[in-house]
Design a protein around this ligand. Structure first.
Ligand SMILES: [Zn+2]
Length: 154
């Protein structure tokens, strides 16, 4: 089975229906088409910050492959996007453009980004899911491993 179908099946098994998974060069949830776009090339420096971030916000598990963390983050968007109005989402996306112009370290930039409302909601969902459903996270790790692709464990 290819990884896209395997991940879609995992979503359905977890009660998340009508979401497609498509391989792409970047990770993002396309809210118009209900597609999780998923990249097989994690950015390792950002991954390291992301692990620190979720640990700081209460994630109790370690050594989860990067691809699994990226995927769960996008699932977090699927599960939390309805908490925001169209106007709020538009505002978040416009203000995000200016993040890079401020004088911050890359570490601070990454944390500011992940603490912005839309991202934070997805991240808290991800942390809770990992802490409370580790068996399902393990299934995801198995899917990623069985598809024989780079998993980027640090
Ligand atoms: Zn995100």
């Amino acid at each position: 089975m290819n990884i896209e179908r395997a991940l879609e099946n995992w979503l359905i098994k977890n009660g998340i229906n009508n979401i497609e998974v498509a391989l792409n060069i970047d990770n993002f949830f396309d809210t118009d088409k209900n597609i999780i776009n998923f990249s097989l090339k994690p950015l390792l420096q950002t991954d390291c910050y992301f692990r620190q971030f979720i640990h700081e916000y209460g994630c109790t598990k370690e050594n989860i492959p990067s691809l699994v963390l990226h995927f769960l983050h996008e699932v977090g968007h699927v599960m939390t996007i309805h908490k925001f109005s169209e106007d709020e989402l538009f505002h978040f996306r416009i203000s995000r453009i200016f993040f890079g112009f401020e004088e911050h370290s890359k570490f601070e930039l990454a944390f500011n980004y992940w603490e912005s409302p839309e991202e934070f909601a997805a991240n808290i969902w991800t942390i809770n899911f990992i802490n409370n459903n580790f068996q399902e996270v393990q299934y995801l790790i198995n899917i990623v491993n069985s598809c024989n692709i780079y998993t980027g464990v640090i």
